[in-house]
Design a protein around this ligand. Structure first.
Ligand code: 2HG
Ligand code: ZN
Length: 461
């Protein structure tokens, strides 16, 4: 299904010549994502509206070429890669915040808006959009919705899907649909909004979204908690949840993640610690003050070496800068790192931590783990050099073992990065035959000719 010259000409008529390129250097820029894998597209196109996208998809359907939607390309599982060629459709020109409606606590936004910019815009109005993936400085809302991004604040506030009320999307056939509502409630018909969120750009291209907002919390308090032993940190996380305390974040970094991030940023992280937690609470001033005191004494009681309070906004910002830099820091150290995104029930975090320690010991592999401990979401990273075949084999075996143990504990193999291409061969471990068949049927209904984002999610036949 290579792109013909006549299709290219028609694409250029739709968006204008300057918004559709086949220049090699441009193609390269849109050929990779955070997985580091590269697939060159046949062309890159920059539409301006849902009508443009509708015309492109109608053409793709008729002349049978693949279309791969792309946000900022920061995905972790290859969702925006043109693995079978085709045109990469970049959403960056649809980048407007259309409305922030204070009276109804909603916003209407286009998909190309950078998530962090949206945070700033709503916070100026004393409103709050909780989903905050680590990539929020550069990832876009469209990509966040396509992958159902999570991030640190999910412990208290849930994930992206919990903030999407309604959508406009272009189907692979070119039809433009509207799903969902603008109201708090709404149960008319099947929930197509939820079906599209997290569908990894395989069912439709989101062009407009209605998002739910909250009032901005009055006060935020953040502590870092240092532990000598990772196990004690993991038990502390489970204990916090068991006691019914729900901070807005409970993030953890193991020693390898701390050291790597410190050597990348040099901001004084405790490189001798076995593990570090970043716990943040929000709410009314008096509530956060009490809650943080309860948390401090709970952490000390569970064996923390030290608890430090972020005294100023600048200190808190530095901490989050460090947290959000873990992934880039690890990539700098090991560009080929394998990163996983498992989630286990929160009472089982200590079991998973012990398992990973045992695996590290047994395999001799260099591993770094960190993540959103408060929701049981562990980023298990193997720091390998893929050219080393022996290491690669060991790493793949380790990943399989971690996945199997995750499922045994009642968890899931991906909490927020999606399946894409890197996890598609494992999907059958979690999803049953009947359910997978249903999913394939849904894909067929939406995309009868299989032109949208092929080769993703489903295992190769
Ligand atoms: C994070 O939480 C991201 O920082 C990236 O989900 C995770 O690189 C990773 O493993
Ligand atoms: Zn994460």
């Amino acid at each position: 299904m290579a792109l013909s010259n006549s299709s290219l000409k028609k694409l250029r008529q739709i968006v204008g010549k300057e918004h559709c390129t086949i220049e090699k250097e441009e193609l390269v820029c849109y050929s990779y994502d955070a997985t580091g894998k590269m697939y060159l597209p046949d062309a890159v196109i920059f539409p301006e509206s849902s009508d443009d996208i509708s015309a492109i998809l109608k053409l793709a359907n008729k002349e049978r070429f693949f279309v791969i939607p792309r946000g900022a390309g920061s995905g972790m599982t290859g969702g925006s890669l043109p693995v079978q060629g085709g045109i990469v459709l970049v959403m960056k020109r649809l980048n407007r915040i259309l409305e922030i409606d204070r009276d109804n606590l909603i916003a209407r936004v286009q998909p190309g808006v950078v998530t962090g910019h949206f945070h700033e815009a709503v916070e100026k109005e004393s409103l709050f959009y909780p989903p905050d993936p680590a990539s929020s400085d550069f990832s876009t809302l469209g990509g966040n919705l396509a992958e159902c991004a999570g991030g640190p604040r999910a412990v208290k506030y849930g994930v992206t899907r919990d903030y999407v009320l309604g959508l406009e999307a272009v189907l692979p056939t070119g039809d433009i649909i509207k799903t969902g509502v603008k109201t708090v409630k709404g149960v008319v018909g099947y929930d197509l909004t939820r079906l599209l969120v997290g569908s990894e750009g395989t069912l439709g291209i989101i062009t407009d979204m209605t998002l739910r907002l909250l009032p901005l919390p009055e006060s935020v308090s953040t502590i870092t908690v240092i532990f000598d032993k990772m196990e004690a940190a993991a038990q502390t996380v489970s204990e916090i949840i068991r006691q019914g305390i729900i901070p807005r974040t409970i993030e953890y970094m193991d020693n390898a993640s701390i050291r790597c991030t410190e050597s990348y940023l040099k901001i004084g992280l405790p490189v001798d610690a076995g593990a570090m937690l970043i716990i943040e609470v929000d709410g009314k001033e008096n509530e956060t003050a009490t809650e943080i005191e309860v948390l401090k004494s709970l952490c000390m009681h569970k064996g923390a070496r030290d608890v430090k309070m972020a005294e100023t906004n600048a200190e808190r910002d530095d901490l989050w800068k460090a947290r959000k830099a873990i992934s880039p820091a690890l990539y700098k150290y090991a560009p080929d790192k394998i990163n996983e995104d498992i989630v286990v029930p929160r009472s089982r975090i200590p079991d998973m931590v012990v398992k990973i320690a045992e695996l590290r010991e047994r395999s001799g592999l260099t591993m770094a783990t960190f993540g959103h401990a408060g929701d049981g979401n562990i980023h298990f990273n193997v720091m390998l050099d893929k050219k080393n075949r022996d290491e690669l084999q060991k790493a793949e075996a380790a990943v399989l073992e971690v996945f199997e143990y995750t499922l045994e504990l009642g968890g899931t193999i991906s909490g927020e990065h999606g399946i894409g291409i890197t996890k598609s061969s494992y999907i059958k471990k979690e999803i049953g035959e009947t359910e997978l068949f249903l999913m394939k049927q849904i894909k067929k209904v939406f995309d009868p000719n299989g032109i949208l984002n092929p080769g993703k999610l489903f295992p190769a036949e």
